[in-house]
Design a protein around this ligand. Structure first.
Ligand SMILES: [Zn+2]
Length: 292
């Protein structure tokens, strides 16, 4: 049976090989499949919105101990590249610590001034922006952000959502894999039902890790990087553009990030992303690339 792209990025093709924690997207989707936007519809939405907005802002950065995790930044970078290949200007935004890492690994001249880095506390003019959040912690109904283990991580995260009370993004796409990411409020019931600490966290705030706010469209995937890559490839296909990706490029970005202290958000190790081995990661990416 040929899986749809949406099922593929949920991880259904690799269900027997995935570590338990990387099956969350499949578990959330199983609760109510109707809530899952197809990869194609989210890509198409982005292509429509980029013609209407003044700016494109991609926000990422999920804290892990004193730094950040590898899931998120790689996907954000790929999406930025796919959109820049359409001749669009993109702002990549995160905490300054993560921005400085991006700046070290990106060869800026390649993008001819189309890429800007925006410290998250200076993000502005959301009302005219397409916002894409990639593996960014989201707040629950109590206003707290949590790790997958149900720990309060709010003190480590710039509270960008407080801005949304006053200014709504013109259009918003949220990418996540576990239900605690910004924009995945659509899946709140599913996360409360299916995901550990979904309904009741470990911090005592009275809520769970399930986030409250809903993006206009979402991508739910095995890892947020995998979802963002699928979205970047689908945007490229639909726009008949020429952006491409490879395992070699993936390994190189991951190695550069590891060398700068960005690690697996589950294991704290280098080489893996969300505890998925480099071998399985390569297999997943290769098969995804082959679909395009
Ligand atoms: Zn809590």
């Amino acid at each position: 049976m040929d899986l749809s792209l949406t099922d593929f990025i949920l991880g259904k093709a690799f269900i027997d090989e995935l570590p338990e924690g990387a099956k969350r997207a499949i578990q959330i989707a199983s609760y109510n499949r109707q809530l899952v936007n197809t990869l194609e519809e989210t890509a198409s939405y982005i292509l429509t919105m980029i013609e209407e907005v003044d700016q494109i802002i991609i926000i990422t950065g999920f804290p892990y101990e004193s730094g950040f995790e590898t899931d998120g930044p790689i996907g954000a970078l790929n999406l930025a590249e796919a959109l820049m290949s359409l001749n669009k200007k993109v702002q990549l935004s995160a905490e300054v610590e993560l921005i400085s890492i991006f700046q070290k690994i990106i060869s800026l001249p390649n993008w001819e001034g189309r890429l800007a880095f925006t410290p998250i506390e200076t993000v502005a003019a959301l009302e005219d922006a397409l916002l894409i959040t990639v593996e960014r912690p989201g707040e629950n109904a109590q206003g707290r952000s949590h790790s997958m283990k149900g720990i309060n991580i709010s003190p480590k995260v710039y509270p960008i959502e407080q801005l949304f009370q006053f200014i709504k993004p013109y259009a918003w796409v949220g990418i996540g894999d576990g239900g605690n990411e910004l924009g995945l409020g659509q899946f709140k019931d599913a996360v409360e039902e299916k995901i550990p600490f979904g309904k009741e966290c470990q911090c005592g705030c009275g809520g769970g890790i399930a986030v409250e706010k809903k993006a206009d469209k979402t991508v739910l995937a095995t890892t947020s990087n995998f979802g963002a890559l699928g979205l970047a490839l689908d945007i490229t296909k639909q726009a008949q553009s020429n952006w491409s990706y490879s395992i070699a490029k993936d390994s190189q970005i991951l190695k550069s990030m590891n060398a700068l202290g960005i690690v697996d958000g589950v294991t704290g190790e280098e080489g893996t992303v969300d505890s998925i081995s480099p071998e399985l990661n390569s297999k997943m990416i290769n098969q995804l690339i082959k679909k395009y």
